[in-house]
Design a binder for this molecule. Structure first.
Ligand code: ATP
Ligand code: MG
Length: 423
């Protein structure tokens, strides 16, 4: 670009040729969410900074290092949303959606975190998320896991993504565990982040990706040993329900998730096919967050799926079906025929609303119009020339199959396309 202006570091354009993959996955996600009775919500990209500070917790990667925060001209501190759960809690409270009712909601859209960009890690990335409010589980926890298991199956990914499960218990149980962790890590060599977190938020140390921490993390005390009877019962029912549905999983006591608000069930769907950015989807129960945000005590559970990581996995494994964006290309030989071609295209669009019609714009010789028709990927060229004008017909030329050129009137052309393209 002549001015040297480039896309912001860690952010990406999505080009037309990439859209087939996005439509494919977004379509599947939307149908699945609706099939399980989840309803869409749309939330703004900006929120008051306080929302994320309060909900996510001050001592987290996101709030400490990753937020895009600025002061608005009115003096208010605003932040580009780094995730959707805190926002969805704000939405349900602000709009009184929890009054004597449960809610099953889904959202999708861009999130912003100022991280080190690398494969599968961007500063603007897209998430699809589900949240259920007012249902204590573990049935609804299982429901959300089943939704994803079904997605992997439909996408052909079941053998590439595995479920890792853990329980974080209740806040009092975690408080005891916290003390045990502090004692343990006091005896270990710690990197700078972990040192800082030792007394503020020692569980975060378990989430550390620092190489020097990995061995001591492996040997750290196990949270599952600190769970009480009810928490264990929740976790055991969850596991037996998953088994009865044939969902394979592994209990991984190191999964603590990066955010403060989780209780009981936490899980990650991970793959070994994406290098170190292997978590495709992550979620869990967050029974304390709604009351922490000033609402009535309300159990809640949800997950967020990283769209780019999922798409990368599908593309790398050639699991995106080819998609066609143009069915027919309308060609006109000469000015009169070109004007007529426009009318023909409009007639077709009225008769066959899902037909994808490209009209030749910008004139050009018959030959160059055919070249464009071919390049568009269309299955058929519809031709209007002197003959066709005189006889009020359309010539149909197949571009991707052997078929003699056919001459038809408009009604026959519509029937032909309806049948050929199953419209
Ligand atoms: P990670 O451990 O990889 O940093 P996280 O715990 O910060 O992930 P969550 O906040 O749980 O991630 O977000 C849910 C999902 O969103 C992740 O599992 C991942 O697929 C995706 N995701 C998170 N951060 C990014 C990012 N910077 N770029 C692309 N995808 C991301
Ligand atoms: Mg992160």
């Amino acid at each position: 670009m002549s001015l040297g202006i480039k896309v912001v570091k860690g952010m990406k354009d999505t080009l037309p040729e990439e859209m087939a993959a996005w439509y494919y996955v977004e379509g599947k996600l939307k149908s699945l969410a609706l099939a399980y009775g989840y309803q869409e919500i749309r939330m703004p990209i900006l929120e008051q900074t306080e929302l994320f500070k309060r909900a996510i917790g001050e001592i987290t990667d996101i709030v400490e290092k990753e937020m895009y925060t600025f002061t608005d001209k009115g003096g208010e501190s605003l932040t580009l949303r780094p995730e959707g759960t805190a926002q969805s809690v704000r939405l349900v409270l602000e709009n009184s959606l929890l009054r004597n009712q449960s809610q099953r909601l889904w959202y999708q859209g861009p999130m912003f975190r100022r991280e080190n960009p690398q494969k599968g890690r961007y500063r603007q990335f897209y998430q699809f998320g589900l949240e259920a409010y007012g249902l204590p589980g573990p049935d609804v926890d299982v429901e959300q896991i089943l939704i994803m298991a079904r997605l992997w199956k439909e996408l052909g990914l079941s053998d590439k993504i595995a479920l890792q499960l853990n329980s974080l218990g209740t806040l009092p149980e975690r408080a005891q565990y916290r003390e045990a962790l502090i004692q343990y890590f006091q005896g270990c060599a710690l990197d700078e982040d972990s040192q800082r977190r030792l007394h503020t938020n020692p569980m975060r140390i378990l989430d550390s990706k620092h190489p020097m921490m990995q061995e001591s993390i492996q040997k750290a005390p196990n949270l599952l040993e600190f769970l009480g009877k009810d928490s264990l019962a929740h976790f055991e029912t969850l596991q037996s329900m998953l088994k009865s549905h044939g969902v394979a999983f592994e209990v991984n006591p190191r999964i603590v998730r990066g955010l403060d608000y989780y209780t009981h069930t936490v899980y990650e769907w991970v793959t070994s096919h994406l290098g170190s950015q292997g978590t495709v989807c992550a979620g869990g129960r967050y029974n304390e967050l709604v009351s922490l945000m000033g609402g009535p005590a309300t159990p809640a559970v949800g997950f967020a799926l990283g769209m780019e990581r999922l798409l990368m996995l599908l593309i790398d494994n050639q699991l995106i079906p080819a998609q066609r964006f143009v069915d027919v290309y309308v060609v006109g030989d000469g000015e009169v025929a070109q004007a007529k071609a426009f009318l023909l295209a409009e007639t077709l669009r009225s008769a066959l609303p899902t037909l994808r019609v490209l009209t030749n714009c910008g004139g050009g010789s018959f030959k160059s119009q055919f070249k464009r028709a071919d390049k568009s990927g269309a299955l058929f060229a519809l031709i209007l020339g002197a003959n066709e004008l005189e006889n009020n017909t359309v010539s149909i030329k197949a571009l991707r199959e052997e078929m003699p050129q056919a001459s038809k009137n408009i009604e026959e052309t519509i029937d032909f396309l309806r049948q050929k393209l199953s419209l």
